[in-house]
Design a protein around this ligand. Structure first.
Ligand code: ADP
Length: 495
């Protein structure tokens, strides 16, 4: 284990959670080509470990293992799968501190937030373990005597998961939970930046009794060849992807050749609207939770903030005070509230988006520069008077930058908020109950926070409209996506 950085090695109670090889057919296997890929710690740039730089052959081996394990897993009763998945859930929660250290080290979110993600993510495993027992079919009224019409719910089959780096644990459980509960087997490719959380979840799945081949994990340096196998292989029946709209469109096109089912959770451009009848303290607190959590690197982060003219100064004052108090630091340092960005490309993007907004007339209220710590740190930033011609008005910022403009009335702001090809989340603050209903209905998105900036839970359906995606994750709607509906007609019954 001399390959693993001592910084995390020494902090782990259960060192066997640090895995670096692929999980295929229940075994930890080196990538077939022998290549390695470094995983770095964005807080300080150190190399944490080397994982396999897998290619198409590894992906094919994973698909074969998932296919072989499929019939026996699907044949278990929902209650038997529930027992195994509940054991997985228990182990994840039990090891939340170790999993949090691994996650914080490879991803950069503060340790408390990382542990929070692990527990939140585990919730999907528990919830879907239960929900698998309620994957009811139907008996329909017949159209003819001597016939009976029955609807069966059956697992889709081998399911490929491709997940992003911003929630290295929860984006996996949110997909693998319902897939496994439904009776599907899984091949998973985690993001290049954050494979260690995925492999640790794999280790706990084995300990929980998830049979060999039911959950397979392939890490990589270059995702394209693995994506081609996952989307083109005829034994893979479904792709579930969370990531950028650009890659989602590419993968959807690649899936067309074999008409795979797809679930896509893609980019967003969330509007956050503060009406003049809002509780401004609550609105500022909601925006802090929504915008600065995970250093602004979530697909439901507020991207365009609209504040009604009359309350602009009072709102900015509250927000700026809260942003100035944010403690920026190493994810594993006590007291850190905001970590680094994930990598240099992300830092350069945030920095150029802010420069562009300022060149187009935005005022820098707080921040606006690289952080004095250097590395991948950016100052928590508030910009006001942002022009809608700015790039950050149209692109996901994915960083700690609150971009604000004013609006005149409800009618205007609805048009402005909906003027985007994205439709994932939207938020607004108002104490007028009529307005609350109207605006919730009129925002063209899949998720709305009314007087609330934090909306994620395994109990509710998460997903977008327009170019933000297809399908829902979480809640009873999330299981549907991993099941086929089969109609069975019994004939010749006499009466
Ligand atoms: P982000 O911009 O958040 O990194 P991406 O869409 O690039 O979002 O990445 C999300 C996931 O998609 C990651 O697991 C990444 O490896 C994967 N990915 C990126 N490009 C491809 C591709 N061509 N084929 C398959 N997976 C891909």
């Amino acid at each position: 284990m001399n390959d693993i950085a001592t910084a995390i090695w020494e902090r782990l109670t259960d060192k066997a959670l640090l895995k670096t090889r692929n999980l295929i057919g229940g075994q930890w296997r080196a990538a077939l080509g022998g290549g390695l890929h470094p995983v770095t710690n964005p807080s300080d740039g150190s190399v944490l470990a080397h994982v396999g730089a897998s290619g198409a052959d590894d992906a094919c081996a994973a698909v074969a293992a998932a296919h072989a394990a499929g019939p026996a897993w699907a044949a278990l009763t929902a209650k038997e799968r529930d027992a195994i998945l509940k054991a997985w859930h228990r182990l994840i929660v039990e090891h939340r501190n170790d999993l949090g250290v691994i996650l914080a080290a490879e991803q950069g979110k503060p340790l408390a937030e990382a542990v929070g993600e692990v527990v939140y993510g585990a919730g999907f495993v528990e919830w879907f373990a239960e929900e698998g027992k309620r994957a009811y079919g139907d008996v329909l009224p017949s159209h003819a005597r001597g016939k009976r019409l029955v609807v069966l719910k059956q697992p889709v089959g081998v399911t490929a998961l491709i997940t992003p780096w911003n929630f290295p644990s929860a984006m996996i459980t949110r997909k693998a939970g319902p897939a496994l509960a439904a009776g599907c087997t899984v091949v998973l490719k985690p993001a290049e930046d954050t494979p260690l959380s995925a492999l640790a979840l794999g280790e706990l799945a084995l300990r929980a009794g998830v049979p060999p081949g039911v959950l397979n994990i392939v890490t990589c340096a270059n995702p394209a060849p693995i994506g081609e196998v996952f989307t083109g292989h005829r034994l893979v029946r479904k792709l579930s992807f969370t990531g950028s709209t650009r890659v989602g469109k590419l993968l959807m096109a690649q899936c067309a050749g074999t008409v795979k089912k797809v679930s896509l959770e893609l980019g967003g451009n969330a509007a956050f609207i503060v009406f003049d009848d809002a509780d401004l303290d609550a609105a500022a607190a909601g925006l802090m939770a929504c915008k600065f959590r995970n250093t602004g690197q979530t697909c439901i982060s507020a991207n365009r903030i609209f504040v009604q003219q009359g309350v602009m100064p009072a709102f900015i004052e509250r927000l700026a005070a809260a942003v100035r108090r944010l403690v920026v630091g190493d994810a594993l340092e006590a007291g850190t509230q905001q970590g680094p960005l994930i990598n240099d490309a992300a830092l350069q993007k945030v920095s150029s988006l802010v420069r562009d907004a300022v060149e187009r007339g935005a005022n820098v209220v707080v921040g606006g520069e690289m952080h004095a710590r250097g590395g991948l740190y950016y100052q928590p930033t508030v910009l006001s008077g942002v022009s809608d011609q700015s790039r950050l008005w149209h692109e996901e910022i994915f960083g700690p930058v609150a971009a604000i403009r004013s609006f005149v009335d409800e009618e205007e702001v609805i048009v402005l908020a909906n003027d985007t090809p994205y439709g994932l989340a939207g938020y607004f603050y108002s104490r007028d109950v009529g307005r609350a209903w109207r605006v919730a209905e009129e925002l063209d998105v899949g998720i709305v926070g009314v007087n609330e900036g934090f909306v994620s839970t395994e109990l509710a359906p998460f997903g977008g409209v327009k170019e933000s995606g297809i399908g829902r994750e979480g809640s009873k709607y999330g299981l549907e996506d991993y099941m086929e509906t089969k109609y069975v007609c019994f004939g010749g019954l006499g009466r």
